[in-house]
Design a protein around this ligand. Structure first.
Ligand SMILES: Cc1cc2nc3c(=O)[nH]c(=O)nc-3n(C[C@H](O)[C@H](O)[C@H](O)COP(=O)(O)OP(=O)(O)OC[C@H]3O[C@@H](n4cnc5c(N)ncnc54)[C@H](O)[C@@H]3O)c2cc1C
Length: 287
């Protein structure tokens, strides 16, 4: 089912992001993790794609397995930076023949081989969205957005203008970059609505599980960690169980407030680990 239509049904809508594992052991543990989250009746599960389309075959294969073997609607991530015409056409053909109807169209980060960039069939996500809509007119295209502004954007306004270009190219749903301060999300949605962006904007949240890791991630993606949360994390950084529960408690409080304010759903960045996400969704379900 198209995700835009799923969101039109009564919620709350929970969804989970996974990445294709590199090893056999990783594959088995991922299969178990997704299967275990099925009891929460996720609206969809998304599968990431490496920069330069590096995991594109595995991404599509996992999306098929999630649909056919686990019975959850998949959202296929597709990146375009460093992806040439032939590869792009192959991927679109494979989506069509596999009857995968939901695509998260992304520019992606620069592939390690910088020279690849010259070969890109599409330079920005809005170009890829147009390509997907031309090839698969009935697909539901989802796009990324940034409550704290994309790290390479010239300005907050230009970033919003390019988000509007993605909506105009055919994106029907947006999912945000992770954030830890709900005010950043609410203010961002306000600005997007003022720009005429009417599509649902699903907040993406990540339960923190490791202090050094989250510092690295937030530095890379431009998200900020509120001072009180960072102080608490620093205080307990050497006790992994304490960090785990601080992360879970913060994610519950964040998601609870978001749901009370009528968000279209909550998308969880799981890092292929289900225990923290399970605790958060369990708490939300019983609230
Ligand atoms: C929900 C979500 C899922 C993600 N999944 C993946 C994944 O699976 N694999 C992966 O590699 N990465 C993933 N990312 C990261 C994403 O690829 C990076 O953030 C990337 O740097 C930008 O991708 P985008 O699609 O938002 O790019 P775009 O929308 O193309 O924007 C990229 C930058 O260019 C600017 N821009 C946009 N259009 C133009 C234009 N026409 N002219 C000039 N400037 C322009 C924007 O302001 C922005 O700064 C994900 C991010 C999110 C939020």
């Amino acid at each position: 089912m198209r995700i835009a239509d799923v969101l039109g049904q009564p919620g709350p809508h929970f969804s989970f992001e996974f990445f294709p594992p590199k090893t056999n052991a990783g594959e088995q543990s991922l299969f178990r993790a997704i299967t275990s989250l099925k009891e929460f009746d996720p609206s969809f599960v998304s599968v990431t794609c490496g920069a330069g389309g590096s995991t594109r075959r595995k991404t599509i294969e996992w999306a098929r397995r999630i649909r056919d073997e686990i019975g959850i609607e998949p959202l296929v991530h597709m990146t375009c930076r460093g992806v040439g015409q032939d590869e792009l056409s192959d991927s679109l053909g494979e989506l069509e023949s596999s009857e995968l109807h939901n695509v998260l169209a992304l520019r992606g980060d620069h592939p390690l081989d910088e020279e690849n960039t010259q070969e890109s069939a599409c330079l920005f996500a809005s170009d890829l969205i147009s390509r997907v809509k031309t090839h698969l007119p009935s697909a539901c295209v989802v796009a990324a957005c940034y409550p704290e502004t994309h790290t390479e954007a010239a300005s907050r306004t230009s970033d919003l203008e390019f988000m509007k270009a993605k909506a105009d190219a055919g994106a029907e749903v947006f999912i945000t970059q992770l954030f830890f301060d709900n005010d950043k999300y609410f203010q961002f949605v306000g600005r997007a609505r003022t720009m005429g962006i009417t599509q649902p904007i699903i907040p993406g949240i990540m339960p923190i599980q490791n202090v050094e890791q989250i510092k690295r991630f937030t530095q890379m993606c431009g998200a900020s960690i509120p001072k009180h949360l960072m102080t608490l994390l620093e205080q307990y950084k050497d006790t992994s169980s304490a960090v785990f529960y601080i992360g879970v408690a913060h994610a519950i409080a964040q998601a609870d407030e978001l749901l009370r304010n009528g968000v279209p759903g909550i998308h969880f960045y799981t890092l292929n680990k289900s225990p923290a996400t399970r605790l958060v969704v369990e708490a939300l379900r019983n609230r």
